[in-house]
Design a protein around this ligand. Structure first.
Ligand SMILES: Nc1nc2c(ncn2[C@@H]2O[C@H](COP(=O)(O)OP(=O)(O)OP(=O)(O)O)[C@@H](O)[C@H]2O)c(=O)[nH]1
Ligand SMILES: [Mg+2]
Length: 516
């Protein structure tokens, strides 16, 4: 009997494999679909989980992870806590099974899985809530078009669609692609609202998925002297974009989700209240701060001291806050370059991430700012803040596409927990207001278009007949069943907020902000 239970262990480990996988980048394969000819196929959009995959894309059904109730890919590359939780669960099962309490172990596992699913569902709900204004604007306009399209004909419908997409800030390149696709689709058959929705979804996810979004923050010994140095996160951006707030949120996640020791360098020596504001956040996050000394008004010496302290104190991560500035201020950009050099001189390979923080409400101006900073200072990722209050969420698509830098994190509120890993499919579905059942139907529709060679997902399409992989025993009914359970699971998310832990940050930082 015991041996029989132990045989089941690998099966029970699958859910955690999903979570820990997040940290170790695993190829993702979409669920199969049945067709009239009796065969099953897999098809979908490219989902690059790491830069290594970009040359050999794995295609997946876009909403696969959500349908299976798996956690979404995490941006941080070493979410140790989740991995540890998984290991603890496995140990718990092994111990209880050996004690003959197999059923109890199963119960523990089920409640753990449920808790993680609730947290994921809550994250998704928050994103959907945050993007409500953007969604109402875009989808409201699309519905109006379809309400009158019968009367005006295809050309006018496409013209109007183009106008709406341009107005939604997703940018000319993506809009052009979508309209071209729809022209192809409409040539063969009538343009249905679901055609538009499927194509829109595909192209938006593609535009947002093309770059690696992981953050390489794992502390490693330097090749040269074997000594280990902290990883450095350098945070820049214009005034009031949300840099300091984002640093507080990141510090909290690194500390609480990944067990990292964090030192924050208060290098905004320009604004009087900036250091105190940052300190409030470090207290909330439970991490350390290095403050400028009395009379220190230049950021570089403060940074040098912080670097020494971070090395001596053996911190895992050093996060550098900087003062807000306009992207066209040459002198202040020189200051940023100097800070970056200071980091590079003090810490091998640093800064490991240079994050530009942009307020989602700035719309297309954000693209121009990001381009300048990418050229002048060099950025590795974007954080888009305040997506909870803007109708311009679509701008994220044009920023990624035009600047060529991935969005890694998004801010969806002022609280310490309101920083999310950026997940393209969640973002697009929240932006377009698609529910899981609808996504399934739209993916099937898209598949038909791909099969009919009306649409070509970027990088080519892999359509494999069923022959292996973890889904080989799943058919359309299984998928529907999973969906139903997933949707039902969402209904019960109300009480889960306490499980997120951590209090709300609230508004912080006093002092009137000066624009430089
Ligand atoms: N609603 C919402 N507000 C946010 C978000 N991120 C930041 N804020 C708010 O934006 C305001 C400015 O945030 P800060 O973190 O001070 O911005 P900053 O870039 O550090 O500003 P400077 O230091 O002056 O350049 C604060 O009131 C924050 O609470 C977000 O994701 N959502
Ligand atoms: Mg600040």
């Amino acid at each position: 009997m015991l041996q029989y239970h132990l045989l089941l262990l690998p099966l029970l480990m699958l859910p955690w494999a999903g979570w820990t996988q997040a940290a170790f980048v695993t190829p993702r394969v979409g669920g199969p679909r049945s067709y009239g000819d009796g065969r099953k196929y897999r098809v979908g959009v490219p989902f690059y989980s790491s830069i290594d995959e970009v040359d050999s894309p794995i295609y997946t059904t876009a909403s696969r992870s959500r349908r299976r109730g798996e956690s979404h890919m995490m941006v941080f590359d070493f979410i140790r806590k989740r991995a540890e939780e998984g290991i603890q669960q496995v140990q718990n099962i092994a111990t209880k099974t050996a004690e003959g309490k197999f059923v109890e172990a199963l119960g523990d596992t089920a409640s753990y899985v449920k808790k993680r699913q609730e947290i994921d569902a809550e994250n998704l709900a928050k994103l959907q809530e945050g993007l409500a204004k953007s969604r109402q604007r875009l989808m409201g306009d699309l519905d109006v078009i379809f309400g009158v399209s019968e009367d005006v004909g295809l050309t006018k419908t496409l013209d109007k669609l183009e106008e709406v997409l341009m107005m939604s800030d997703i940018g000319a390149a993506t809009t052009g692609e979508i309209i071209d696709d729809l022209r192809m689709v409409a040539k063969a058959e009538k343009l249905e609202p679901d055609d538009v929705k499927s194509v829109l979804r595909l192209r938006l996810i593609e535009a947002l998925t093309a770059k690696d979004r992981s953050m390489q923050l794992k502390k490693e010994a330097s090749a040269g002297n074997g000594k280990s140095y902290p990883r450095v996160l350098f945070v820049i951006g214009a005034n009031g974009m949300g840099k300091t707030t984002t640093i507080g949120k990141i510090a909290s996640r690194l500390k609480n989700e990944a067990n990292q020791s964090v030192l924050v360098a208060a290098c905004d020596t320009f604004r009087a209240a900036a250091v105190d504001q940052l300190e409030e956040w470090t207290v909330r996050a439970g991490v350390d701060i290095h403050r400028p000394g009395e009379g220190q008004t230049k950021p570089a010496p403060v940074l040098e001291e912080a670097i020494s302290k971070a090395i001596e104190g053996d911190y895992d991560v050093l996060i550098v806050d900087t003062s807000g500035r306009l992207s066209n201020n040459v002198a202040l950009n020189e200051e940023l370059k100097k800070l970056k050099r200071t980091i590079a001189e003090g810490i091998p390979g640093g800064p490991h991430e240079t994050l530009l923080v942009l307020d989602g409400a700035v719309g297309r101006n954000g693209v121009d700012q990001a381009k300048v900073w990418n050229r002048e200072v060099g950025i590795t990722g974007l954080v888009i803040t305040k997506l909870d209050g803007t109708a311009r969420g679509g701008v994220v698509v044009s920023i990624v596409r035009d600047v060529g830098v991935p969005v890694k994190l998004i801010g969806v509120g002022e609280g310490i927990d309101d920083l999310r890993d950026f997940n393209p499919e969640d973002f697009v579905d929240a932006l377009l207001g698609y529910e899981p059942e609808q996504v399934l139907a739209l993916e099937a529709r898209l598949q038909d278009m791909v099969q009919g060679k009306l649409i070509k997902p970027k990088g080519g399409v892999i359509v494999r007949s069923e022959g292996g992989g973890s889904d080989k025993n799943m058919d359309a009914d299984d998928i529907t069943d999973r969906m139903r359970r997933k949707v039902q699971g969402r209904g019960g998310q109300g009480g889960s907020s306490s499980q997120r832990g951590g209090g709300k940050g609230g508004k912080s930082g006093g002092g009137k902000k000066k624009r430089r």
